[in-house]
Design a binder for this molecule. Structure first.
Ligand code: SF4
Length: 281
């Protein structure tokens, strides 16, 4: 019997690295949580707003939210300066705050501007009477910046309290069912960029239902939230640079009521955006 020959190992085939397409642009050089939220919700909307810079005036609901936010900021600013602000004194500046915010707005045909203004005044009062007095601000509208996952990121922290908790004010038409994934992403971002942030956060939502409510929800940034920021910022930047900006007509925020780019979007991609004349007929 012949001795068996040693078996030569199969040569290993090392796959060559796939050539990466060159980026088509330098979009996403600096990102923010709101850019990421917009891009993930609808690539076309992000393109119209941030890449082309098309006008994006606020609708009535946004004006209502901005005015409440501005009034609360005035209250906290006075507190930060060592004062004891009185909501009655601030009420005198409400009309001016509304007029300024409404000046550049695009109110929808189905929006009742007087009702929105009344709601803004009542929500402001409720917040200043019931919630704001127990908050001890350490910083307001704080610009923050840094690098996450190799991407430059910046934004503004609404309010940082003396315990290092980030507090955000929002207005909504419906009671929130929980802290949204977008909010978790935002506070995970700011928790990394904001000096003095503890990783704790709270979102105060002023709900404009028939009986006005303020819902406060506490949140703690988790390692999983941090991982998501480290993963998503570079991926979103890469996707922006790939140059494919798909319309998302299934988004909850797609429709003529919420999107100022509906005309451009229909004209470019075809199809039909909700809220047009056919829907109203
Ligand atoms: S209309 Fe809808 S699909 Fe088109 S850009 Fe706006 S949100 Fe996106």
């Amino acid at each position: 019997m012949l001795p068996s020959l040693p078996i030569e190992p199969e040569p290993r085939i090392i796959p060559a690295a796939l050539p990466q397409p060159a980026p088509l642009n330098d979009f996403g050089t600096v990102l923010s949580p709101s850019q990421v939220r917009t891009f993930r919700d609808c690539g076309a909307k992000w393109y119209y707003k941030y890449a082309l810079g098309l006008p994006d005036p606020p609708n009535g609901s946004l004006v209502r939210g901005r005015v409440v936010h501005q009034m609360a900021e005035a209250f906290f600013r006075a507190k930060l300066d060592g004062g004891s602000p009185d909501p009655d004194d601030l009420a005198a500046s409400f009309d001016q705050a509304w007029d300024t915010a409404a000046a550049g707005a695009a109110f929808g045909a189905d929006e009742d501007v007087d009702l929105l203004k009344r709601q803004a005044a009542m929500l402001t009062r409720k917040y200043l009477d019931e919630v704001a007095p127990e908050i001890e601000p350490a910083a307001l509208e704080l610009p923050v910046q840094g690098v996450i996952g190799g991407v430059a990121v910046r934004g503004f922290v609404d309010l940082l309290d003396t315990s290092g908790r980030i507090i955000d004010l929002k207005t909504a038409a419906r009671k929130p069912t929980g802290v949204s994934a977008d909010y978790a992403f935002q506070v995970a971002t700011y928790g990394q960029l904001c000096p003095g942030a503890s990783g704790k956060a709270r979102v105060d939502t002023m709900v404009a239902t028939k009986s006005l409510q303020v819902i406060t929800q506490e949140y703690t940034v988790s390692p999983a939230d941090l991982k998501m920021t480290a993963k998503l910022y570079p991926l979103v930047r890469e996707a922006m640079r790939d140059g494919i900006y798909l319309p998302n007509r299934s988004s909850n925020l797609c429709g003529r009521k919420h999107c100022n780019f509906a005309e451009a979007c229909e004209s470019e991609f075809g199809g039909r955006v909700k809220g047009g004349e056919e829907d109203l007929a």
